[in-house]
Design a binder for this molecule. Structure first.
Ligand code: NAD
Length: 512
């Protein structure tokens, strides 16, 4: 084994150093060029900046201790259209609420008919911390999602940006890795505030990104609508704005988004699972699975797998956990979560055709496949000890901790690692980017045909590296990548990424 090159920062255990363990393991195994290793150990750029937004006036629920003082306050009647409900229980107040209103206010407190007492909090500007980490661009423009979440940090974005460098290499698309976003809980913002925040974020970001430089996409807390706003702000006032559509991917299909992009990550994961079964001379039909996260990745993977004949037994999300030993009707659950306006949190909790169980009990459900498709760090050592599954297919980024990995390996539970498992999203993002460059629009059949071929051939290369079986077949060639010994799937995926990145430094040099 080669000695590890000293990192630039003193070694302190952080989410980033922990996530880089597999990088160092694979780099040692292949004797990665020392300078390439240094280039990859830390991001090219770490941008931290601030965005300010004018927040609207809110009506927030009055603390229980203050309520007795306003016992005699009569009901106020405000136009419901002018009050936007937020998930934290407050309302954003819009001026039209006052049309034909009948208001009784004391010390800034009002009683909303049928709802209770609320304190008026006047609108004021607020500052949010924003990030864009550009990890590496040896293989092409930086590429990676935009996350709006209250628990983000520079350390986390470094992890996610580096993951994108590995993932774009594994997916063999001509991109590097980046990631960014804003420290905010988007569910506490009105739609207008979210729009203002997004436009301001892009205003600040504009000098740092571009269709050939850095290309954001959706991630947790953002979607196609947010991508449309980012595109609008980036191209605002540009004479040749139509040629700049490739600056973001994950757009609505009517403004240059690709068919199949919304489902792509779940679709790619389903192709990996199909390939895992094909390798055993079998198919997913008749299997069962367990899901964590019912957002974009989780719900689409579930629909596609259910379509392949696999049965969903339990789902956990941020709102709760549901279980049905006879199987959950996935399209019905999708409509409960997404087509039901009173389900503000878009949660599976309360779904009437399943039992409500605790998250703790989720891990005891006996199934073939576990799909983590929520946030990172969920499959810890103790969780890995408990689960009763044959395969963990990672849809989320970084759902298994290094300790969890060791336990899974010890228990012989197989793994489809995130960097191939959820690479479908970035693969179709690449198709979107090409379509934008060529001013083309491909059909969903064409997109999925290309995606299936790409994901399955890269998955086969990783499997060959893991088993040390170099092969050249009609669909893939792993001869260049096998390393003369067997390794676990996560290390194998990293070996593939590093060998593909190293080739750029070796053949193109460092002067880019
Ligand atoms: P999303 O916001 O659409 O959904 C997230 C889901 O996770 C929701 O169902 C939410 O309730 C659940 N969740 C949040 N916190 C939770 C908690 N503490 N416990 C249990 N469940 C929780 O996000 P998404 O786009 O589906 O992304 C999910 C994961 O997949 C993330 O790790 C993301 O980085 C990764 N990913 C997404 C894409 C993509 O194309 N959307 C691509 C690659 C990787």
């Amino acid at each position: 084994m080669t000695a590890r090159v000293a990192s630039i920062e003193p070694t302190r255990q952080t989410v980033y150093t922990e996530a880089m363990e597999v990088f160092h393991r694979a780099a040692d195994l292949i004797g990665l060029d020392r300078r390439v290793r240094m280039e990859l150990e830390e991001p090219d750029y770490e941008h931290i900046f601030y965005v300010t937004v004018k927040m609207h006036t809110r009506l927030t629920p009055l603390a229980a201790s203050e309520q007795p003082r306003y016992k005699d306050l009569p009901d106020s009647e405000l136009l419901p259209d002018g009050l936007e409900p937020l998930l934290d229980g407050s309302f954003v107040f819009k001026r039209r609420a006052l049309i034909n209103a009948n208001v009784f206010m004391r010390d800034g407190v009002v009683r909303l008919k049928g709802k209770g007492l609320y304190k008026v909090v006047p609108g004021r500007p607020e500052r949010f911390k924003a990030y864009r980490v550009q990890h590496n661009q040896a293989r092409g423009p930086y590429k990676g999602g935009t996350r709006y979440h209250q628990d983000v940090s520079l350390d986390l974005f470094k992890v996610l940006a580096a993951e994108m460098t590995w993932k774009t290499a594994i997916a063999d698309v001509p991109f590097g890795g980046g990631k960014g976003g804003i420290k905010v809980d988007p569910k506490t913002l009105s739609s207008e505030e979210l729009e203002a925040l997004t436009l301001r974020y892009m205003y600040r970001l504009k000098p740092l990104i571009g269709p050939n430089l850095d290309i954001p996409a959706p991630d947790v807390g953002t979607d196609g609508t947010i991508m449309g706003l980012l595109l609008r702000q980036f191209t605002d006032g540009e004479r040749e704005r139509h040629s700049l559509r490739g600056v973001v991917t994950g757009k609505d299909t009517r403004i240059g988004g690709s068919e199949g992009r919304v489902r792509a990550t779940g679709q790619g994961l389903a192709y990996c699972i199909q390939e895992w079964y094909a390798d055993r001379g079998s198919v997913p039909a008749g299997s069962s699975f367990l899901l964590q996260g019912f957002g974009n990745v989780g719900s689409n993977a579930a629909e596609i797998l259910a379509g392949m004949g696999s049965k969903l037994l339990a789902v956990n999300d941020a709102g709760g956990t549901i279980f049905n030993p006879n199987g959950i009707d996935v399209p019905d659950l999708v409509s409960y979560v997404y087509d039901n306006p009173s389900n503000l949190r878009r949660t599976v909790a309360g779904y009437p055709k399943a039992e409500q169980i605790s998250k703790n009990d989720l891990w005891d459900v006996d199934v073939d496949i576990l799909i983590p498709a929520a946030l990172g760090g969920e499959i810890t050592g103790p969780v890995a000890e408990r689960i009763k599954v044959k395969l963990v297919a990672e849809g989320a980024n970084g759902p298994t901790t290094p300790e969890g990995d060791r336990v899974l390996a010890k228990r012989g539970i197989e793994l489809i690692p995130d960097i191939i498992g959820n690479a479908g999203g970035v693969t179709v993002s690449y198709y979107e980017w090409i379509q934008n460059k060529r001013m083309e629009h491909w059909s969903e059949t064409e997109v999925n045909g290309r995606l299936e071929q790409a994901i399955k051939s890269n998955y086969r290369i990783i499997r060959d590296i893991a088993r040390n079986t170099p092969r050249r077949t009609a669909t893939h060639n792993s001869q260049r990548y096998c390393i003369g010994r067997e390794v676990d799937m996560r290390t194998a995926a990293m070996v593939l990424a590093l060998k593909r990145i190293e080739a750029h430094y070796q053949l193109e040099g460092f002067s880019q």
